[in-house]
Each structure stands twice: as C-alpha cells, then as structure tokens.
Design a binder for this molecule. Sequence first.
Ligand SMILES: Nc1ncnc2c1ncn2[C@@H]1O[C@H](COP(=O)(O)OP(=O)(O)OP(=O)(O)O)[C@@H](O)[C@H]1O
Ligand SMILES: Nc1ncnc2c1ncn2[C@@H]1O[C@H](COP(=O)(O)OP(=O)(O)OP(=O)(O)O)[C@@H](O)[C@H]1O
Ligand SMILES: [Mg+2]
Ligand SMILES: [Mg+2]
Lengths: 226, 226
Amino acid sequence: VVAAEHLTRLYGEGQAQVAALRDVEVAFQPGTFSAVMGPSGSGKSTLMHLLAGLDRPTSGTVTIDGVELNGLNDKKLTLLRRQKVGFVFQFFNLLPMLTAEENITLPLRIAGERVDEASLRQLLEAVGLADRKEHRPAELSGGQQQRVAIARALITRPAVIFADEPTGNLDSQSSREVLDMLRRAVDDLGQTIVMVTHDAQAAAVADRIVFLEDGRIVRDEGHLTA
Amino acid sequence: VVAAEHLTRLYGEGQAQVAALRDVEVAFQPGTFSAVMGPSGSGKSTLMHLLAGLDRPTSGTVTIDGVELNGLNDKKLTLLRRQKVGFVFQFFNLLPMLTAEENITLPLRIAGERVDEASLRQLLEAVGLADRKEHRPAELSGGQQQRVAIARALITRPAVIFADEPTGNLDSQSSREVLDMLRRAVDDLGQTIVMVTHDAQAAAVADRIVFLEDGRIVRDEGHLTA
Ligand SMILES: Nc1ncnc2c1ncn2[C@@H]1O[C@H](COP(=O)(O)OP(=O)(O)OP(=O)(O)O)[C@@H](O)[C@H]1O
Ligand SMILES: Nc1ncnc2c1ncn2[C@@H]1O[C@H](COP(=O)(O)OP(=O)(O)OP(=O)(O)O)[C@@H](O)[C@H]1O
Ligand SMILES: [Mg+2]
Ligand SMILES: [Mg+2]
C-alpha cells in the first residue's frame, strides 16, 4: 500500500550536510503490521514523514496506493493524506486550545464527516480517556496526551497508520492496551500499520521488523502476512 | 536533600476536580539514585515539578537542603532552583532559537558563570552530540533533543537532578550510556538523582524505587545507599 524507491533526504550543504536517509527502498503490504527500529538519529522519523507525504524527499519516490506523491501538488497531497493516512507524531502535535475529544475528532470535522458518537465513545474507552475528554493537552499527563494522538490517528480508519513511538510515554499496562488495539486494527479492520519503536516488546507485536542505521535499511525480517 | 510532607496537588473544582497527588510523604537522601514509577497519569510528573519547586502544592510542604519552599517568594524560589536543581523535562523544553550547545550552556550563562570549554566538550561527547552542537532543536531527532536536555541538567552539577523519563526517546544503546552517566554522577560526584521512568532497565540502575498510583505512594523499596 506504501512503497519507497531510492528515497534520499539530505539536510544542509557541504561540510555540514546531513544525510538523514540514503537511497532507501522499502514496501509495506496492505493489512500488515511493521515495526521500524534503529539507533537514535538513524532516520526513522524522517522515513515516516516522507512515507506519509509530510515531507518531500531530496530524491527518490514514495507511492501510496499506486499514486506517486512527487506528481502531486501540495493541495492534492494534503487531500490524499487526509483520505488515506493516519499519523501518530513522536511528540503528539496536539492543538493546545482544543480538548482531548476535539483533538481526536478534528480529522473527521476537517473532512466534513459526521462524528459517530458511539464509536468515538468506544475509542475513548479503548485508550482509557473517557473521563478526560474535556481536558486540554496542558491538563493531561504525557502518556494521556500520547493516547489522544493515537485515538486521533485511528478515528478516520485510514488505509495506513504511521505511528512514531506510540508507546514511548506509556507504562507497560497502557502500552499493552495500545499495542493490542493496533494489532486488532490490522487483524479485524485490515488496516496497515508502520510503527517506529525502541521497545522490543512493541516490536514483538509486529509481523515484520525493518532496521535502520545511519539512514539506510540494514535488516528486514519477518515478512509474515497478518 | 529533598523532602515532601503531606504533599497534595488538586486541579479544578467540584465534580471535575482532579487529585494529581494526595498527601504524599517522601524524602530523598544525598548521593542516592531513586526511580519513580507508576501508571500513566499516576502523578509522577506532578511530584517531580513540586519537588523541584516548579509548581506550588495545594497543601503540604517541600524542603530542599533544609529550606522550606512555601516560605520563598517567586524570586527567591527561582534563585534556589538555579543553584541547587537540575531538571530534565518529559518533553525537553529546549529553546528553539538556540543551538544544542547554547541550550546546554544556558543555565551557566544565566547564573553569570564561566563556561569551562573542556568539560562542555566532555559532556557533549558523553551524550554523543559533539557533531551536532550547532544544530537547533528542529534539526535534531527526538532522542538527540532529549540528550541535549540531559546535558543541560548536568552542566551546573546541581545538588539534585530531577529527570522525567530521560530515556523515553532513546534506543537501548543511548539509554545505557545516559544511565551510566547518571550513575557516575551519583557515585563519583555525590549528586542526588530522582528519575521518573517506565523502563524497568532504567529503574534497575537506581538504588531505590518509589511506586506511585493514583496520586499516592503505594510502594517504596531499596533504600540502599550508593
Ligand atoms: N492542569 C491540569 N488540570 C487538570 N488535571 C491535570 C492537570 N495537570 C495534570 N493533571 C492530571 O493529573 C494527573 C497526574 O498527571 P501527571 O502528569 O503527574 O501524571 P504522570 O504520572 O506523569 O503520567 P505519564 O506517565 O502519562 O507522564 C493526571 O491524571 C492528569 O490528567
Ligand atoms: N532539519 C534538519 N537539519 C539537519 N539535520 C536534521 C534535520 N532533521 C533531522 N536531521 C538529522 O537527520 C538524522 C535523522 O533524524 P530522525 O529524526 O529521522 O532520526 P530518528 O531515527 O527518528 O531518531 P530518534 O530515535 O532520536 O527519534 C538525525 O541525525 C538528525 O540530526
Ligand atoms: Mg524520531
Ligand atoms: Mg509524566
């Protein structure tokens, strides 16, 4: 459902130039759960942002559901992303002036879609925030904010969800619950998930683990279909 | 070196009131390394902010080196904090317009102290950021930003360091290096560290583990002196 070829992302020039990603080639099949691991600074977030169309590569291509992103102008790219992509950012990127509930339903309201109260309530329960939905991010703990970000990515049931360290701020209990939820989204709803994680337990839930090092893929194992 | 008595922190009123901390009593001895663990939302960050004088309790007292914080006006409290406390925030709180190096040396420059180039270089090496010191936070990966925040807390060699999830965004290699560094600060420099973590491996480095649940301390084991 999402594929990259010769993907390269460079920052800066000359001496100070940083190669965040170098000639990366990878494809993720529909209905699979993949983990992306690697040392701090190895290019994981950069890869995720490029695959989700949130950033443009220095060279190479990204294709989502057969559509090559390079060929899209910003407007069309935004539309594609809105329809097909869910993203859990490493630092949540919640809107501080909105409540947890408003942050979660924002993608639906932007798309002009109706909010199904029942499934919203179910989602809030699933992430353990039913009693916090009126709170703004500043009134929530780190892990609670992270769970809001996760619910927000799930609510539109996108074709592919990119989750950048979704359990980084969660205790083991909440982590398990979130990972179970993501696993179910793949197994029951046929969603595709690409998850960056440093947590071996989180990776264990995935069908496949892609290892990055210094901007390159150095290992890619699993390939088990869901 | 830092102690709390009958520490309570409430948010909001009536029905919506949240008791982040309820009547907490705890003391941390000089030269010890303590971990604070507990479920997401259990009050860990709140406890840390109150102990570090970054927030005021609803009731109860905090004492740092014998000085009771309630008796201090904001100006005096800021001075005490600057002299005695180092803090690694759960979300780093770096200044976006400053480079990594400038963020790290900021506490020294604010205190009007000279920056010792040699120990600065050593610290940058220790956190693996020597080649990134000219980058601004937006040009750094999540884990790199976290390491800047850690170096910033260490540079003034404060009496007590509060670290809120210092390894949350780090791969296992960088985590180990950071934890070794914190352990050495306690063993070699007699510093006191109170570290919030969800990571059992990180907690294993500590002398003592304090468990929070729903705003209360439910377990407190170790008490081994360094
Ligand atoms: N300004 C606020 N208004 C209302 N409730 C708040 C506010 N700040 C924190 N809380 C609540 O206080 C409780 C404790 O928050 P705290 O950030 O201390 O938890 P934590 O243990 O650090 O959680 P995490 O592991 O998720 O970071 C949470 O339930 C949180 O929602
Ligand atoms: N705007 C930028 N300018 C310069 N270098 C950058 C910029 N953004 C990212 N980098 C560099 O690109 C490399 C990859 O960054 P990236 O955020 O993808 O790493 P990561 O694997 O997600 O790390 P972490 O596990 O610490 O989150 C890092 O070395 C980082 O410093
Ligand atoms: Mg990252
Ligand atoms: Mg916290």
